[in-house]
Design a protein around this ligand. Structure first.
Ligand code: ACO
Length: 321
């Protein structure tokens, strides 16, 4: 059995805010020069009042199904990677299921912060291998504008809202295509360097994101390099086999470092962080959808995905489109 990536989709809220606009609107002591120089971010999309993780996720899912040419009643499982769910329960996945009119089946949310989409790919493939599902919607959807501290310039400038989705279809014939392998890690000893304080089960805190950027940066470079090597070695592939790097979009400096490590020219690295900022679990499926739609990623291409986020969690996945 191979989990084939049959379609991709994305959704971005209509409202776009450039760096200078953001600084002015939120009264932040920052500048386009600082944000762009440290992160590569030029602008971000911000959700409207009525939008939620499930409404954005449903929009991305519909587009992925349409692109795959798969009818909604073929979907038998939905996994939503999110750390900004509509509510503690029902899950965002159950809400998406109802919103797109999928038949009752398996649906659940998964929390692995910015690594959520890679985790969800791995869990989807496991479900498919076990025989529990043949067609899985894997969605990453986030509204970080609701959990950032808009008075903390060191974090609020980094994030944006959006959703991305892929449809995985089980195939017993196509052995060359599909998800080749996934590699997941977590180390909870580093929980406090990137976290959302508070929440329904906590004893305090305001439910806002806190990050020691420099610490996260240090872990990012070494852990992502190691997990990328792990993915290539597991498939006995040389880095030259990789056609596209589709990294989590947190910071252009980290993305560039990973591209250099793989010896990939910049045009083989899919970058959206400049326009989307960091959309956490949505960033990889949004980047996949963009590069598939504009014809960069073609059938047969080998795509390497990698991410690191709160937990700490980190991981990589290799797929042949
Ligand atoms: N505008 C202007 N100045 C700022 C801003 C801002 N928006 N933010 C911070 N500064 C100042 C700081 O106050 C500090 O000033 P000081 O030297 O006078 O104290 C100075 O800039 C340097 O701050 P640092 O935090 O050390 O800046 P750094 O070079 O580390 O860049 C950044 C910060 C961009 C956050 C970087 O550390 C980074 O990208 N880290 C990785 C983040 C990441 O990858 N996260 C991934 C996962 S996210 C998730 O899982 C949800």
């Amino acid at each position: 059995m191979r989990a084939i990536i049959a379609g991709t989709g994305g959704y971005l809220p209509e409202r776009v805010l450039g760096n200078d606009q953001l600084a002015a609107e939120y009264g932040l002591d920052t500048s386009d020069e600082w944000i762009r120089g440290r992160t590569g971010i030029r602008q971000r999309h911000l959700a409207a009042r009525g939008e939620t993780a499930s409404s954005m996720g449903a929009a991305a899912a519909r587009q992925a199904l349409e692109q795959a040419g798969i009818a909604v009643d073929e979907v038998d499982a939905i996994i939503v990677a999110t750390t900004t769910p509509d509510s503690a329960f029902p899950s965002t996945a159950a809400r998406v299921q109802a919103a797109i009119g999928a038949r009752p089946g398996l649906a659940f949310d998964l929390s692995a912060a910015c690594t959520g989409f890679i985790y969800a790919l791995g869990m989807a493939e496991s479900l498919m291998r076990s025989g529990a599902a043949r067609c899985v919607l894997v969605i990453g959807t986030e509204i970080y504008s609701r959990i950032v501290d808009w008075t903390d310039r060191s974090t609020c400038v980094l994030f944006g809202d959006g959703a991305g989705a892929v449809v995985l279809r089980a195939s017993d014939e196509e052995q060359e295509r599909g998800l080749l392998s996934w590699h997941l890690h977590a180390d909870g000893r580093h929980a406090d360097i990137l976290q959302v304080e508070g929440g329904a089960g906590s004893t305090g805190g305001a439910g806002l994101l806190r990050m020691s950027g420099r610490e996260v940066f240090r872990h990012a470079v070494s852990k992502l390099a190691a997990v990328v090597d792990q993915a290539l070695q597991a498939n006995a592939l040389d880095r030259s086999a990789v056609n596209w790097l589709v990294p989590h979009q947190a910071n252009l400096r980290i993305i560039d470092a990973m591209g250099r490590k793989l010896g990939l020219p910049p045009e083989r690295v899919v970058v959206t962080v400049d326009r989307h900022a960091n959309t956490s679990a949505a960033s990889i499926p949004l980047a996949l959808a963009e590069a598939a739609r504009d014809g960069r990623i073609k059938q047969g291409d080998l795509v390497l995905m990698e991410a690191i986020g709160g937990g700490l969690t980190w991981g990589a996945a290799l797929a042949r489109f």
